[in-house]
Design a protein around this ligand. Structure first.
Ligand SMILES: [Zn+2]
Length: 246
C-alpha cells in the first residue's frame, strides 16, 4: 500500500513539474493583456538581420572569409537558441542573398529598405542586426554593440548585450556599447534595435575565431542570453501586449 502511495506521489510531482514549467514558459514569452493575467497568445517576436548577402560580401577578412557568411552562421545559431525559448524569430535572410531585385538601380538602398520593412511590418518587439567589423590597424579587436542615440530602449538592450558578450567570450574586451546617430536601419526601426559587431575580421586571431564553429556558437549564446535578460527585465511592458517603442 505504501509503495502504491509512493508511485502516486511521484506521478503527481512529475505532473506538477510539467505544468509549472509550461506555465513558466508561457509567462516568460507570451504577451499578456494590460492589467490582467490573460495571455494574448502572441509570442514575443524578434527580427534577426544577418548583414549583407548576395553581391554584397561586407568586410573581407585577413583570412579571406566574407562577413556576409560569418553573419549568417551566427544569426542562424541565434535563431535556434531563441526558438528553443519559444521566441518567434523572423529572419531578413536565411541564405546568401541580398534583398533587392535585378530591376533595382540602387541595390544597396533597396536592400536596406527591404530589411527595414521586414522589421516594421512584422510588428517585432526587438531587432538584432549581426555584423563584423574591420579596421586598417591589425591589433584592433573586440565585439561592440551599437544603438540609435535617440532610443533609450535600444541603449538598454545594447548595454545588456555588450556586458553579456564581454562576460561570455571573456577575452578581456573593454569596449562599451556605443551610440550612433545615422546608421540607416537604427534610425528607421520602430522597435528597440541593436547592431552587434561580433569582432574584427582584420585581426588575425579574431578573424580565425569568427570562423570557428565553437566560437560562433558561443557568440550566439551570449547574444541570446542578453535578449532573454532584456525581455525578462521588460516583463511589465512587453508582456502586457504593448510594444516597447524604440
Ligand atoms: Zn557589416
Amino acid at each position: 500500500m505504501k509503495r502504491y502511495f509512493n508511485i502516486v506521489f511521484l506521478v503527481f510531482i512529475c505532473f506538477a513539474c510539467i505544468v509549472s514549467s509550461e506555465r513558466f514558459t508561457s509567462v516568460m514569452n507570451y504577451k499578456y493583456e494590460i492589467g490582467s493575467d490573460k495571455p494574448l497568445g502572441k509570442p514575443i517576436t524578434i527580427v534577426i538581420d544577418p548583414g549583407h548577402g548576395g553581391r554584397d560580401p561586407g568586410k573581407v577578412g585577413v583570412n579571406n572569409a566574407l562577413e556576409k557568411d560569418v553573419n549568417l552562421v551566427i544569426a542562424m545559431k541565434l535563431k535556434n537558441l531563441l526558438e528553443q525559448n519559444d521566441i518567434n524569430v523572423i529572419m531578413t535572410r536565411t541564405e546568401d542573398v541580398g534583398l533587392y531585385s535585378d530591376a533595382d538601380s540602387n541595390k544597396k538602398r533597396a536592400d536596406m529598405n527591404a530589411r527595414v520593412h521586414i522589421i516594421r511590418d512584422s510588428g517585432a518587439d526587438l531587432a538584432i542586426s549581426i555584423h563584423q567589423n574591420s579596421f586598417t590597424e591589425e591589433y584592433v579587436k573586440g565585439a561592440q554593440v551599437f544603438y540609435y542615440s535617440e532610443s533609450a530602449e535600444g541603449k538598454r538592450l545594447a548595454e545588456i548585450t555588450q556586458t553579456q558578450i564581454v562576460k561570455t567570450i571573456a577575452d578581456g574586451n573593454h569596449r562599451k556599447a556605443k551610440s550612433n546617430t545615422n546608421y540607416f536601419m537604427l534610425t528607421k526601426s520602430n522597435c528597440p534595435m541593436v547592431i552587434v559587431e561580433c569582432g574584427y575580421m582584420s585581426n588575425i586571431r579574431e578573424a580565425a575565431l569568427l570562423n570557428d564553429e565553437d566560437y560562433q556558437e558561443k557568440m550566439a549564446y551570449a547574444i541570446h542570453l542578453a535578449i532573454m535578460s532584456y525581455i525578462n527585465r521588460n516583463v511589465g511592458a512587453i508582456h502586457q501586449g504593448e510594444r516597447v517603442s524604440a
